[in-house]
Write a protein that binds this ligand. Structure first.
Ligand SMILES: Cc1cc2nc3c(=O)[nH]c(=O)nc-3n(C[C@H](O)[C@H](O)[C@H](O)COP(=O)(O)OP(=O)(O)OC[C@H]3O[C@@H](n4cnc5c(N)ncnc54)[C@H](O)[C@@H]3O)c2cc1C
Length: 246
């Protein structure tokens, strides 16, 4: 165990790996109702290269890996049932690009919804992404990994449909780019002009790889916004009402 801790510390720096009882306690549970189970190691990488090295080490040593964003999915998804390494992605939180013309934002795999929302409001006030109604610390990569839904889902689809490029460290430790980013510096499409392979990673809850970069589509912010409240006991009418107002 000491050797593994030492190897992890060599990858991320000693301050970003922990086997402390209090950290293992905290990372072994989430706010939902699922029973806890502690990891053996908690590690916080800063780069794709570090994620790749962690996965390579885990493969060599046959240790399970669970990626974690904010741990807010409430369904036990980040509880490491077999122990092993929890990879907390929060340090990979940079917003790398906002392309106004192609309308996408490229962020690192631990970037929170709130960070992108604030950034867009400040620097690109005409654009918005499909933010879920989760707490703002919830991460974008985790949300698309679980086919999450946001405020634009009604019009445009699940948040995983609104991805326009992925960089993933696969379970085998390879770095894989999906979409137009695979052959250009542009992240405008997760498929065309190539076959769309994003389904190998979206909706897999992190089981097929760790998303280290994700691009999400941006949409025009409405010039006028208003709040209307409807009350009805006719649930059969709700789809039609939503259809009319979106
Ligand atoms: C009050 C409240 C409201 C909510 N409202 C919504 C809502 O409107 N819409 C909605 O969709 N959800 C909602 N949620 C659920 C959840 O919070 C969100 O889906 C959130 O985006 C999950 O992000 P997270 O960072 O907390 O994910 P986590 O719980 O950390 O991870 C979720 C899954 O993704 C995996 N994962 C994490 N990071 C990565 C990565 N980089 N690469 C690959 N896999 C990864 C994890 O292993 C896990 O399987 C809500 C939750 C709460 C508490």
């Amino acid at each position: 165990m000491k050797n593994i801790t030492h190897s992890l510390a060599e990858i991320v720096g000693p301050e970003y790996v922990s086997t402390a009882a209090e950290d293992r306690y905290l990372y072994g549970r989430e706010p939902g109702l699922m029973p806890p189970h502690a990891p053996d190691y908690v590690v916080l990488p800063k780069s794709t290269d570090e994620v790749q090295q962690i996965v390579a080490l885990a493969n060599r040593e046959n240790i399970p890996v669970v990626p974690m964003g904010a741990g807010l999915s409430l369904t036990g998804l980040v509880i490491p049932l077999k122990g092993g390494i929890v990879v907390d992605m929060k340090r990979m939180n940079r917003i790398l690009e906002v392309n106004e013309i192609a309308r996408y934002a490229l962020v690192e795999g631990g970037t929170s919804q709130g960070a992108l929302k604030s950034y867009l409001e400040k620097h690109h006030p005409r654009l918005r992404h499909s933010i879920p109604d989760a707490p703002p610390t919830a991460t974008i990569a985790a949300n698309v990994s679980i086919h999450g839904q946001g405020r634009l889902t009604q019009q445009y689809g699940f948040n995983s449909d609104l991805v326009s490029g992925l960089e993933v460290v696969t379970g085998a430790g390879d770095i894989c780019r999906i979409g137009s980013c695979a052959f250009s510096g542009n992240w405008f499409s997760k498929g065309a002009p190539l076959p769309d392979l994003s389904g190998l990673f979206l909706g897999w809850f992190g089981a097929t790889g760790i998303v280290t970069k994700v691009a999400v589509k941006l949409y025009p912010r409405k010039k006028l916004r208003d709040v209307e409240i409807f009350v009805t006991d006719r649930t059969d009418l709700v789809p039609e009402i939503v259809y009319e107002i979106t």
